[in-house]
Design a protein around this ligand. Structure first.
Ligand SMILES: C[C@H](O)[C@@H](O)[C@@H](O)[C@H](O)C(=O)O
Ligand SMILES: [Mg+2]
Length: 431
């Protein structure tokens, strides 16, 4: 029987001790523990909607609580109300009269919106027995448009302009960041580069920002390992001042860098514009978006020419609904969308968004590539599959985010088996 309403919501604080191996380390996040607020919507059938938002450890409990509070606006709702005009329902979550003050549409509350929205899209795709990208691709333009909140976007994109339908069925190009974490030793970088090249990767990203000489050495090592023709990007994770970013990147220009990611504060639109202008003669673009809080900020970045690569994050923006809005806006400005995947479950999610972008909006793979990390996929029932450096289109119904029950049990903070062992042996403490 098809579900008719949301009957309950569970939110679990799930964390992975990735900081122990420096997986995910960068100039600003030296020891991240990849974590998520894991949402499960139950319905009056056996179908469930699973969703996440991503954090790097401490504070995940705050996001979980915000998600629990906001979920009260979803539990009990009829699905025909939610999906009948998803854009309006999404706006009800972002604009609740009192909770709006905690944003609006940014920060912890927006992460909570993301987790709930992703779970609702997962449920919708399961009801239709389609992978999410296929659910999006098969929608009539009007239905897709009704799923988006176009508020604050009408000056650059109106609903009737949105969505071009194109159909292309093939893998989607990706790049790997798993060779270039800041906390890795050279020998590990060399080994991982060789493995990635053997797997068919031709696009690589490295972390920079802590020490210029070390960055020059590591980028030259990577360039030597991957060869002159493969693609290399770097990511500073918001580390520099504007002029510092320009000077630093001039110091790395001999490594033939395609983009500098998050060179300065993720809120500094004019700063990114200045960096982009200064680095353009060197052929280095600016990429940002993983910490860009909502579609209104993306609108400013796009309109100001402050980003040459639009890195939407599936869990930072208000879930699929707002991701689609930004994909449509980026297409209007001719800026390629290269989604951020640097976190637990993010690769499983963003592959759907890129495939939707490719077959229904941009119709192009030129200058487009989606991030891939080789971490934690074993915890998912339907992990993303990458072959020859390209994501293969998911086939299972849903948003690919269902985590194995054993992983949820083992890594739920702090009572899970894995955490109990790490706390017992003194590797972690509860505070
Ligand atoms: C703390 C995280 O691992 C970040 O370093 C990661 O998301 C990174 O910015 C990326 O682009 O993959
Ligand atoms: Mg990044």
């Amino acid at each position: 029987m098809a579900p008719t309403r949301i009957t309950a919501c569970s939110v679990r604080d799930v964390r992975f001790p990735t900081s122990l191996e420096k997986d995910g380390s960068d100039a600003m996040n030296k020891a991240p523990d990849y974590s998520c607020a894991y949402v499960v919507f139950s319905t009056d059938s056996d179908l469930q909607g699973h969703g996440i938002t991503f954090t790097v450890g401490k504070g995940n409990e705050i996001v979980c609580h915000a998600t629990e509070v906001l979920s009260k606006m979803v539990v009990g709702q009829e699905l025909k109300v939610i999906y009948g005009n998803f854009g309006l329902f999404w706006r009800s979550l972002t604009s609740e009269d009192q909770m709006r003050w905690l944003g609006p549409e940014k920060g912890v509350m927006h992460l909570a919106v993301a987790a709930l929205t992703n779970a609702l899209w997962d449920l919708w795709a399961k009801i239709e027995r389609k992978p999410l990208w296929k659910l999006l691709v098969d929608m009539e333009p009007e239905q897709l448009v009704s799923a988006i909140d176009f508020r604050y976007m009408h000056d650059v994109l109106t609903p009737q302009e949105a969505v071009e339908q194109e159909l292309l069925e093939k893998g989607y190009p990706c790049y790997t960041t798993s060779c270039g974490w800041l906390g890795y030793e050279d020998e590990k970088i060399k080994r991982l580069c060789k493995e990635a090249l053997a797997q068919g990767f031709t696009r690589f990203k490295a972390k920079v920002g802590a020490d210029l000489k070390d960055d020059q050495r590591r980028c030259r090592l990577l360039r030597e390992m991957i060869g002159p023709d493969n693609v290399l990007m770097v990511d500073a994770n918001q580390r520099w001042e504007v002029q510092e970013a320009i000077d630093w990147m001039k110091g790395l220009a001999d490594c033939n860098i395609t983009w500098i990611e998050e060179p300065t504060s993720p809120d500094d639109i004019l700063g990114h514009q200045q960096i982009a202008k200064a680095l353009k003669p060197l052929g280095i673009g600016v990429a940002t978006g993983e910490a860009c809080q909502n579609r209104i900020m993306f609108k400013q970045f796009l309109a100001a020419g402050a980003m040459q690569f639009c890195q939407i994050d599936s869990c930072r923006l208000g879930g699929v609904s707002e991701n689609v809005a930004v994909i449509l806006m980026a297409n209007k400005f001719g800026v390629p969308v290269c989604p951020h995947g640097g976190g637990v479950g993010l690769c499983e999610l963003v592959q759907h968004l890129s495939m939707f972008d490719f077959v229904s909006v941009s119709g192009s793979m030129e200058n487009r590539m989606t991030e891939y990390l080789d971490h934690l996929h074993q915890h998912f029932k339907y992990p993303c599959v990458v072959k020859g450096g390209r994501y293969t289109p998911p086939q299972a119904p849903g948003y690919s985010i269902d985590m194995k029950e054993s992983s949820l049990a083992d890594y739920e903070w702090p009572k899970g088996r894995a955490w109990q062992e790490l706390i017992a042996n003194g590797t972690y403490t509860l505070d």
